[in-house]
Design a protein around this ligand. Structure first.
Ligand SMILES: Cc1ncc(COP(=O)(O)O)c(C=O)c1O
Length: 302
């Protein structure tokens, strides 16, 4: 059996050892980019983040990413302390400081900041947020399609920890991924509280049956930007698309399955719980959507 791979696998790039990282308004070399051990993000996972990609000098779908970041910050009552334009400028400054024009990936993180004492209460985070932007040279490189395993960890109800929040704390997803790896797979396929297929631990999930594309209702998964773009592309190109409940029976019997996310765009799935999906290669509908998505990015980048 092949070694496990991750959905965020990229070519090695030695330049990433020398990058400048944005930390609270300063650009500092990677080995000096540190934050306090009292930081709310480190101590409690109390923060929100976005992953963005740079193509041809432009951050793809940047408006959607900034909307989602600011909405999540508002939802957790975190004051970012920077305007939308200032956040965008910080992203731009970081990529320019690193001479990046394309094939770069940003992780933009905002936490509730440094605490005065090492306890949970949010009022102890008095010093303003911590804002960090890491931008790496990044060319996705997947040696083979992804294998998934279903795990006992569920996508929960919004009143527990809303699965739509891109929170720093990803423990539910991490435990799901560990369980999948222990089952010999690469990433976890997660069900919702009713047992319907929802998403994976780090990407959104789609199947293709008889030429039609199916994805979950969206109630229990991240409101992925790539997920929405794939849905939009289906509508615009007369590809049948259903946002609906479906089970593992529908999933095992699919002709194709693929994942979506900013990093990997559309990533083929070859196997789920030991069942081969289609001919275990990227299927024609997945390949078509990948092409359409690539064109969409190129149009965006002008
Ligand atoms: C759990 C989860 N699902 C899906 C996604 C993909 O979302 P997007 O397409 O916006 O990158 C992410 C990315 O942050 C995620 O954390």
């Amino acid at each position: 059996m092949n070694k496990s791979v991750t959905t965020h696998q990229a070519e090695d790039d030695a330049r990433n050892e020398q990058i400048q990282i944005y930390v609270n308004g300063r650009l500092v070399p990677r080995d000096q980019a540190v934050i306090s051990v009292y930081d709310s993000g480190f101590m409690l996972g109390d923060g929100v983040w976005e992953g963005l990609r740079l193509y041809n000098g432009r951050w793809a779908f940047v408006d959607e990413h900034l909307d989602r970041l600011l909405e999540a910050a508002k939802a957790i009552d975190l004051t970012v302390g920077m305007s939308r334009a200032e956040i965008f400028n910080a992203l731009e400054d970081t990529r320019r400081a690193n001479g990046m024009e394309t094939d770069a990936h940003a992780r933009l993180m905002v936490t509730r900041g440094v605490k005065s004492r090492p306890f949970q209460h949010p009022s102890l985070s008095r010093l303003g947020p911590t804002i960090v932007i890491i931008v790496e040279h990044s060319r996705p490189s997947l040696p083979r399609p992804i294998r998934l395993a279903t795990v006992p960890h569920m996508r929960g109800l919004p009143m527990t920890q809303d699965p739509k929040l891109n929170s720093h704390s990803k423990l539910n997803c991490i435990l799901a991924c560990i369980a999948a790896e222990k089952a010999g797979a690469d990433e976890a396929l997660m069900l919702d509280i009713n047992g319907f297929v929802s998403t994976t631990n780090a990407c959104n999930f789609f199947i293709v049956r008889k030429g039609a594309v199916w994805t979950s209702t969206g109630d229990y998964c991240m409101n992925g930007i790539t997920r929405q773009k794939v849905i939009d592309l289906c509508h615009a190109n007369d590809i049948a698309i259903f946002e609906r409940n479906f089970s593992l029976v529908d999933t095992y019997g699919a002709d194709e399955a693929f994942l979506t996310g900013t990093f990997g765009a559309q990533t083929p799935v070859s196997e789920i719980d030991g069942r081969q999906i289609g001919d275990a290669k990227m299927g024609p509908v997945t390949a078509r959507l990948r092409g359409l998505y690539k064109d969409m990015i190129e149009q965006e980048a002008g």
